[in-house]
Design a protein. Sequence first.
Length: 690
Amino acid sequence: MLAPGTAPTRRRAMATMLQAAAANLHSAWRGHHSTAGLPLCLRRTHTTAGIPCDKLAVNASTRTPTLRVVTGHTRGDNGLLGKFHTAVRAGDVNVAVEIYTKIRLQFDKRMCRRRSGHTAELVPEFAEMRTFHIMLRRHIADPGTDVARREQMLQLIVSVVEDMRGLGLRVGATETSAHVFACVRLGWNTRAIEIWRSSMDSVYSENRDGGGNESLANTVHHMFPQTHAYAIQAAVAMKDAKAVREIYYRAIGALRESLRVSGDRPAQKALLTVFYALFPTLQDRRNGSKSSSDRRWDPARLGSGFLEKVSNDVREWIGKTDRQLYTRVAQYTVRALFIEGHWQYAVEYYSRLPEDTSGAEVLCETVIGLCGRGMADRAHAVLLGTNMQYRNLYVWNAYFDGLVGYPIAKLDDAIKQMVETDHIDPDIVTWSIWMRACLRQGDWRRAYRCFRENHCNMRADVVCWDIVVRGLLGCTSSDSLEARVTGWQVVGEFIDLADGNIMPFDVRMVETILLHAFPRFRRTASDSMACDLLSKQTLDRVTRWIESNMSKSSRTTFAIVIGSLLRSAQFDGALDLHQFMVDKKLWPTKSINCMIVRALALAGSEQKSRVRTAPYLDRAEEFINTKVPKQHYGGAYLPLVKCAAQERRYADMWGYMDRWYPCVRDSGFIGIFPDSDMYQAVLRSAEINT
């Protein structure tokens, strides 16, 4: 006869044993039987609705761990897990998200304890997390999902995959791809690259431990090309050329090893994502940035040698099926060669390109590169020596842009030749280039007349307004006062159109007006330069418009304001604004850092007494050591070198040189390479000193 209270205890124990046995059977059935009866997202296929899915794990064993009830969870906890299981099976994303959020809030401390203890106790419903994150990715791809909801889903994907790792669940190539994808879309680029690197290291560490080519083939196969593409996108977003090259080389090496061992060649569409990740947008000369210092990624920064290797890889993996990719690689290779100074090889490279590859984009890069080096006649010969089908208006405008510094008559003859030879009429871009050429020559009346004659076509083009306003307000000819008065009238017309929503907003116009207006907008009664040109009412109106439309995320805007503060000797205000940029993680450019150092150094050199000079120089050195990144040291220390040379403080000058520019004295040392201005200043000072 049983003691009182024993029967219920035994019944609970038997129920627990039966549940554990059922869980073991469930695990065995999933691990060793067909998946035909499972939902599509659980079948071991290569892709699911465009989302790559794996067969084997990337960094975990293929053995499914035994599923048991987690000790310490209450009956209400298991009820939530059951609801989560049901919602995922039913494909109800909203309910699944709501329940999973509650699960994370309630189970977070217990899950953390279990993670630290490295236990293998799992709840069967947690196995649905793989299905859950795939369902979230489908929901993100739905065009009807708004931005806030999409960001929430991305953050949830990151949490799901990290929870899967913590729970000991299988994290395969599908989960790794989703993890990197979500981090990139959220802007967590550094984290995305770290995840990709750790996954790659795990793959190759398993290869070393697995022993045998079969393990290597199975593992490398399951790092999807899309995952590599996401990692490249993260490095491109960071504008880190070194990281882009590293990720690309490792990705191509993994693909080659997989093909060599297993013969498994990825789909061409997946391979294209890897190559196109290097060129995120069609960045040609027409698609420039709105602000000169906020430029987007330029693939030419990768270097001509790297891009030529990419061209060979495209030929190996893609063939000749994608002409646009070939053209894009050739375009940036030519641009990189000109940037590196190899203009002769760039022209030779262009001449050796096949006709189906050397499109208008590559021709345009060649023409721009030659004109940029002052070889307009050579560019003209290359232009006319090309097949007529590639000489479109875009290429001609690129050639005209290279003639801006030449006499106006030469540009007029080139436009006439385009009309007569290729039967192409000039467009608004052509006339905007022509206006810039006139303003460069000081003929602002002719440029303004062209703007008025083509006002109907140029009215909605912000670039034309920017060219005219910049040229008139910055005029330095003998009749510059009249030009500035006309320029402020044009500014008033532009503000009328902008306030009426007739003109599209563009930050460059705000920066142009700010550049010329800010010195006149100081809050002092003595500064009344603008009052000579404008009425008080118009001046206040322009001020209000600038303050309401000023961008707080444009480095050019910050550079203009900082420069104006420095010119008015308001160093504390400039340094505070610099610190504000750092706090917002809107990292100041090299030009901004050097501008501040130069202003502090010049302020010190302008003082009469040496005693008053030292604090400014010390402040400049302190700013460099605490606020300037090391990659900017080469330009930042240059004003201090020049200041020391001007004041004949040769010991300080050579101290800077020995520390930061050692290649001046030791040509065999590869250090921070100084610029030509620094060389001239030091050589002149050395001659005086000797």
